[in-house]
Design a protein around this ligand. Structure first.
Ligand code: SAH
Ligand code: SF4
Ligand code: F3S
Length: 459
């Protein structure tokens, strides 16, 4: 039997696409391997969000070239860099056999046939608007043994954030019919999944027959579902209806990822984010009033063209005011075809050292805030959905609180159980403690895989 290996870069959308790729490859008679040196087919599922992600993929591609030289492995590049670079990838890396965009995952069997039989190199990066085609129904068996799973509810992005490549790599927004999302959720419950995360580039503009808030509420009603999460919601169209859903439905997990990008209004304006800092904070206050226990995380870019020290100070101020539980922060990276790339000379390029120094200061501040907020949990008893063994210590268990805080604890609860954990320790990124009462047992008990028994590496 032929074997495949998929190397996944980037966001949850890509992680989920990798699962659909593995299903398409199984149809072509391939089996997964964790060892790329033994693979007959190597696929890179790539990310173009920052230059660094692209660099990482090129160095991985260099490594996989050896496998081609040694055993004639077929090499394919999918995902966002594939969509962005198209045939240019074949020119730059002559050992690549095929390039396919995010809309072409279902074409994998045909592409592989053409590569093998016709001995041609293939580029398939056409956009597809048919919902059925773009969102292949997940095979629930792929998720057996998992406690938590992603469900793609829409693709593409119609926003125009000046720094962002995603509208070019994922195309126009297309939503998946809500009936399909609900059916997939019900299928996942049958194989043991208790928590789902609905994903889209901007879930607020979901148009699959009902509003996004209604979609969330309906998902919570699927029997057997304990927690529903989602990502990502853009602050400019975060609706009152969505905030209200948090108030009325406790199964919507109390965690909101609300990317702010900058604490300075002139920077937000150039970024084309379509909100001011005050408007953002007003949304946040409303959310916290509706669900006082909610944890909030955000994304920030430092060193966007034209960002002054004063602008950056405003980002630090906002970080203090918002008291984020966590923050993902990045140095600005110029991306092809974006407005910011076009305008960066006019607005003023921020030197690399300045960007890095600002990032360090911001991350130090956020670390302090995360440490303080996490420390408040010491001495408390929290509800944890168990996901399996701890990644840092195999003798301990790992799970998450409704707020999405990670907890490593002493205990023996099986994956899928919901238990109380008495919190004894905290750091900026996780909590530690001892298992207490079991609140709910898993509906489906499945043997746990060793931690590294996966066909895909996430970098
Ligand atoms: N759709 C999501 C964003 C996905 S990209 C949203 O709108 O929230 C995830 C994060 O990567 C963004 O929130 C932003 O902070 C960061 N990012 C995007 N483009 C970037 C760039 N060119 N340079 C640095 N960071 C970037
Ligand atoms: Fe990119 Fe903005 Fe769309 Fe998010 S909302 S994917 S940051 S263009
Ligand atoms: Fe990267 Fe594409 Fe996701 S650019 S962040 S893999 S949508």
């Amino acid at each position: 039997m032929k074997r495949y290996f998929i190397h996944t870069f980037g966001c949850q959308m890509n992680v989920n696409d990798t699962l659909r790729m593995s299903e398409a490859l199984a149809k072509s008679g391939y089996a997964a391997t964790v060892d790329y040196e033994r693979a007959d087919l190597i696929v890179l599922n790539t990310c173009a969000i920052r230059e660094k992600a692209e660099d990482k993929m090129h160095s991985a591609l260099g490594r996989y070239r050896q496998v081609k030289l040694q055993r004639g492995a077929v090499i394919g590049v999918g995902g966002c860099v594939a969509q962005q670079e198209k045939a240019k990838l074949l020119e730059r890396s002559p050992w690549v056999d095929f390039v396919f965009g995010p809309d072409a995952i279902q074409n994998l069997p045909t592409i592989l046939d053409r590569v093998a039989k016709d001995r041609v190199r293939v580029v398939d990066t056409a956009w597809v608007d048919s919902e059925e085609y773009v969102f292949p129904r997940a095979d629930p068996e792929t998720s057996r043994g998992k406690v938590t799973e992603f469900i793609t509810i829409m693709k593409g992005c119609d926003n125009v954030c000046a720094f962002c490549v995603v509208p070019h790599t994922r195309g126009r927004e297309v939503s998946r019919p809500f009936i399909d999302v609900l059916a997939e959720t019900a299928d996942l419950v049958k194989v043991g999944v208790r928590e789902v995360t609905l994903i889209g580039q901007n879930v607020n503009s979901y148009r699959g027959g009902i509003s996004f808030a209604q979609m969330l509420l309906r998902t919570c009603e699927v029997p057997g579902i304990e927690r529903v999460r989602f990502t990502t919601s853009h602050p400019h169209d975060l609706s009152d209806e969505l905030i209200e859903a948090f108030r009325v439905q406790p199964k919507i997990a109390p965690h909101f990822h609300l990317p702010v990008q900058s604490g300075s209004d002139p920077v937000l304006k150039r970024m084309r984010r379509d909100y001011t800092v005050e408007q953002y904070l007003e949304r946040l206050a409303k959310l916290r009033a509706a669900r006082p226990d909610i944890a909030v995380t955000t994304d920030v870019i430092v060193g966007f063209p034209g960002e002054t020290e004063d602008d950056f100070q405003k980002t630090l101020e906002l970080t203090e005011r918002a008291q984020y539980d966590g923050q993902f922060s990045f140095v600005y990276s110029a991306r092809p075809k974006t407005m910011a790339l076009l305008k960066e000379e006019e607005w003023g390029v921020v030197p690399h050292e300045v960007k890095v120094e600002r990032l360090d200061r911001l991350q130090a501040l956020q670390k302090r805030i995360s440490q303080q907020l996490n420390a408040q949990n010491v001495g408390r008893t929290l509800e944890v959905l168990v996901e399996g063994r701890s990644k840092t210590d195999e003798t301990r268990r790992f799970g998450r609180t409704p707020q999405n805080r990670t907890v490593n604890f002493d205990g023996d609860a099986p994956a899928g159980a919901i238990v109380e954990v008495h919190i004894e320790r905290s750091s900026a990124s996780s909590l530690g403690g001892k298992q207490g009462r079991t609140l709910s047992s898993p509906a489906v008990v499945v043997p746990e895989k060793p931690i590294d028994a996966d066909s895909c590496v996430v970098a």
